[in-house]
Ligand binder design. Sequence first.
Ligand code: PLP
Length: 385
Amino acid sequence: MTETPPFSKRSLAAQALGHVEPVTKGVVAPIHVATTFVRDEDNAYRSGYVYGRPDNATIREAEGVIAMLEDAGAGALLFASGMAAATSVFRALDPGDHVVAPKVMYWALRQWLLTEGARAGLDVTLVETESLEALRAAVRPGRTKLVWVETPANPLWSITDIAGAAAIAHEAGAKLAVDSTCASPYHTRPLTLGADIVMHAATKILNGHSDVVAGALAGREDDAFWQRLVTIRKGGGAILGPFEAYLLTRGMRTFHLRAAAQAASAMALAERLQAHPHVAAVLYPGLPDHPGHDLARRQMENGFGYMLSIRVRGGEAAAIATAAQVRLWTRATSLGGVESLIEHRASIEGPDTPCPANLLRLSVGCEAPEDLHADLDAALRAAHG
Ligand code: PLP
């Protein structure tokens, strides 16, 4: 008999790993809502489930798909939000530990690090992680316990070399964690490049329908640090709810199709907008003039993701006026959904943002790319009178 070749991640995700519900043979697993489970007569818990805060079967199902997508040796852990997942990694450190993180990263996490992280005793250095020289200079061997990178990084889409960052972190005795929300496992699998932990705001393209707030961690190795994360989620009560986990699994069944279409549209838009008379610059790692392009070509696969930014000629007022004129794009924060979103990023990040005032962030969804271009073109022209 010929052996079946290993199935692709796309096939495995489409079937959510192929679980069949044993009672009815349903092809979709039920949502497990029980918060408590019956103990066996000999006092054991053979089902493996005791209570709803540490664990839940619907959560495990979604975690299984994420672990498969990320090639995670330790598995995955789902949290009530991306921020709950990310901050749990920092909470696993001890007071006095040194942390290196990017200057340009998801702004709310940067704010949290500089306020709550510092309050918990973390010694935080922010550095341009896209420069391995800068990263090497920032780590303190023996004292740095975690290097955090985000690639492509919000909202300038700079690219950090994951394998290079992992080597620097490991040499210093630190772990490397990667916020891979904007790459998604369709384009990058950080654990296979040497990262120890990968984090996703599963709120974004993994779920993909703007109807779930969720976060995920996936681990390369089931070591003491990973077990600390398990303990922190349990003790902090930060697990995702089962209904959200069910929706997330449902979203991930079409993840590959959405990610492919969204990346292709983002690339097409980036190329066309580069030639637009009212656009001063397009920031997208797929463009040859992007400073991280060569690295992105080596590190990313299947394209360059669904996120780009444009800098509008005429400054902040022209950027805000453009966002005000769109009819198909949705003027809202967030990213990764089937609907395309446009946002004047500096308005939400506040005065200490590294984001230029004329920048509009674009999350490219599943609409026809020619419609997205026509709508943005009309808005840019209307804003420029
Ligand atoms: N990381 C990135 C790159 C994000 O864009 C976000 C949210 O926008 C987060 C983390 C935080 O995720 P959540 O909003 O689910 O807490």
